[in-house]
Ligand binder design. Structure first.
Ligand code: SF4
Length: 285
């Protein structure tokens, strides 16, 4: 049986949150470079060039890619055959992830972006709590995926409960309308995660998972949803918002759609917007 040490999880997360905030991964860089070639507006092209220059500097000097280093969001897949080892005074896996987040944000001089109460707004001072989604899976898998989720992009996200009669067209119009409403606020070119189906809360989770469960720019394995992704990307890029809202062809880097069974009377849909600073990183033990 695989044994997972809490201390090892904590230490790995401390490094992971820093690396994710300092370095855009190859899949993201490749899509941005591809989009630089396609951008027609000089201002838009210049913005994409600056995004790429910024990524080089951040990696070289170990600086945050953006001042908003985000909420620390984790998706944890734990195999049913994994044994958890409480060591180094850590009483739970949640504690290990929290401590790793706290230490990583502190060591990397990453901005602390969490308030302890949504109305009274006092900063927690260490970028915790971490936002953790747990998934129990078969076997001895232990995989953690991190996304740094900035406020500007998260604020432009939306959930809507459709009647089934709204159909595919209703969902697609909603995705494009959400991207259009966001305008320059989510720091385009954006990544658009779409969750279709499930129920109210499940659709939002699907939309977030759509941002991080596969390499940027890859397509859904179901050709129906792969076609939807291509069509939506085309429509969003025809909005003319452009990089950082300066006008241009490239408003989005990618659209990823994930679907799930739902109730016969409903058709939920959620759109989770992510900015060009798409900081996602995983590890497995
Ligand atoms: S939306 Fe993204 S790029 Fe814009 S400020 Fe927030 S984290 Fe930074």
């Amino acid at each position: 049986m695989k044994v997972i040490s809490f201390a090892k999880v904590r230490d790995t997360i401390k490094d992971l949150v820093q690396k994710a905030n300092f370095e855009l991964q190859d899949d993201v860089l490749n899509v941005i470079k591809e989009m630089e070639k396609k951008e027609e507006s000089p201002a838009g092209k210049e913005v994409i060039k600056q995004i790429l220059d910024n990524a080089k500097i951040a990696k070289k000097d170990k600086l945050g890619l953006c001042q908003d280093t985000g909420l620390a969001v984790f998706f944890v897949e734990i195999g049913e055959d994994v044994e958890l080892q409480k060591d180094d005074g850590l009483k739970s896996l949640r504690d290990a992830i929290t401590e790793g987040t706290r230490a990583g944000y502190e060591e990397g001089y990453l901005r602390k972006s969490v308030v302890e109460d949504p109305i009274r707004r006092k900063n927690t001072g260490d970028n915790t709590p971490a936002y953790i989604h747990w998934e129990l899976v078969p076997g001895d898998v232990f995989k953690v995926t991190f996304i740094a989720k900035g406020g500007g992009a998260e604020n432009m996200s939306a959930v809507r409960m459709f009647a089934p009669a709204a159909g595919q067209q209703g969902i697609e119009d909603f995705v494009v309308e959400t991207a259009d409403k966001g305008g320059s606020n989510p720091c385009p070119p954006i990544v658009v995660g779409v969750g279709v189906g499930g129920n109210f809360e499940y659709s939002a989770l699907l939309a977030k998972k759509a941002l991080l469960r596969r390499p940027l720019g890859s397509h859904n394995s179901d050709p129906f949803y792969a076609d939807m992704e291509k069509r939506l990307l085309e429509r969003i890029n025809n909005l003319g918002i452009g990089p950082q809202g300066m006008g241009g062809r490239i408003t989005a880097l990618a659209v990823h759609v994930e679907a799930f069974p739902c109730h016969i009377a409903s058709m939920p849909a959620a759109v989770n917007i992510q900015c060009h600073s798409h900081r996602v990183l995983s590890f497995e033990m």
